[in-house]
Design a protein around this ligand. Sequence first.
Ligand SMILES: [Zn+2]
Length: 281
Amino acid sequence: MQLYVIETGRFKLDGGAMFGVVPKPIWQRTNPADGDNRIDMAMRCLLVQEGDRLVLIDNGIGEQHDAKFRQIYVLENEGWLDAGLAKHGFSRADVTDLVLTHLHFDHCGGTAVYNTATERYEPNFLNARIWLQRRHLAWATQPNAREKASFLRQNIEPVAASGQLQLLDGDMELFPGFALRTVNGHTEAQQLPVITLKDRTLFYAADLFPTFGHIPLPYVMGYDTRPLLTLEERQHFLPWLAGEEVVIFYEHDPLNECGTVRLTEKGGFVSDRTFPLSEIL
Ligand SMILES: [Zn+2]
């Protein structure tokens, strides 16, 4: 199995919202804020090549945003997705499978693209099946008022209408060595890839552990719809991550692609080491 990091862009989010109840003097040690209290965010995707399959996990925020949106999020991403694929000799047409962890706009915005000729959003990966949890699609299609701003109609309707969608019901194995685990605290049925390499396991943590600064158990994002459930899910995953020295892939960490966690003497979990993906390939 070959793995490639695809950086699809940068943006900024409010640091307080990203760290929930954690006080700023603590979170800003790992994630420094700008003058508007915003922290840097990557949108780091993973491309997995196995036999004839080329699987892209998430695809960033998309390029069809107006000036106001770009300014609010300090968005920088024009040309990044295609350049990221091209860097490894691929194009969008080569992708056979899109795995969408969930439909928040910073994870799935590249799935459809606006066609100025037809004035419609159209599929951006013409040869790909799109893997998504059935319960998440239903949730995103009828969004609650608090989460609504994270689900953009321009992202969701073209996916639902594409004919490329493969809806999943819970945990499953997409192919040997590539499994999906579902969690429900951040949003309903977010799916997280677990990839088994020759001598390591890699966990695509998406919004369960968005940056290495989010490892300690209570460092749950303010965005989460069910924070106590996120806490339970973190409690479930952390002993496994530490015990098996699983490599965590950070989608949103501005600097660190990967990291490991360890158990402290007091029984808590902390980030152990961070490193580029290339270190384990
Ligand atoms: Zn999210």
